[in-house]
Design a protein around this ligand. Sequence first.
Ligand code: SAM
Length: 232
Amino acid sequence: MSATLYIVPTPIGNLEDITLRAIRVLQETDLILAEDTRNSSFLLKHLNISKPLKSYHQHNEHKILQEILELLNQGKNIALISDAGTPGISDPGFLLVREALQHNITVCTLPGPTALIPALVNSGLPCNEFSFYGFLPQKKGRQTKLKQLALEEKTFVVYESPFRLLKLLEELKTHLGPKRTACVCRELSKLFEENKRGTMDELIAHYKDKTVKGEIVVVVQGNKDQEENEDE
Ligand code: SAM
């Protein structure tokens, strides 16, 4: 008898952003796999949930895959959570989902928090179609990716660390031009949430002499929208 692997999104800042279903699944599951067990203990304590926790992160995900599949095959229901948002989205999860499906195990991903969707909608840029690039490669492949982004017609979303935000904006200016618009979404759902919209030049001027803190999503206008706006 095989059980279900649940992929459970958790809040990206505001602890109220967890669904009733996510809480129930976490209460009912036999084991919770967590990216950082210490970090997740805080959330689980807040939710009054006491369940066995096992760490599952990018450094051990290959190693413990078989062990998890065996537990699922024994009929144990397992929930995977990450530090924030939806597992598998710039977080460990994909490998486990793929392996589980290959072993005919039911995978059930709950709808819930992720940083990219509120950032995209909040940006005010067209969101009927969009591309998500996660974190850009830091060294090898970065220039190729930036050239690819210059050809991107749709609104696109990237994740970036606060320490590299200015560098990213300057690179985007070089490859996409100074007039391309974007929205820098910082600390979404938290007390000091900030959504700064503007052209690359305006955003660079805004962030240039500041120490940028917090978590960041950058949503960038696609080249089609820029062309259409210039034609009007
Ligand atoms: N799994 C997560 C999700 O579903 O969005 C993403 C995890 S990834 C390791 C962490 C990155 O997500 C951060 O560096 C930042 O780019 C983005 N992020 C997470 N929480 C955020 C928040 N509250 N505000 C802005 N960006 C956030």
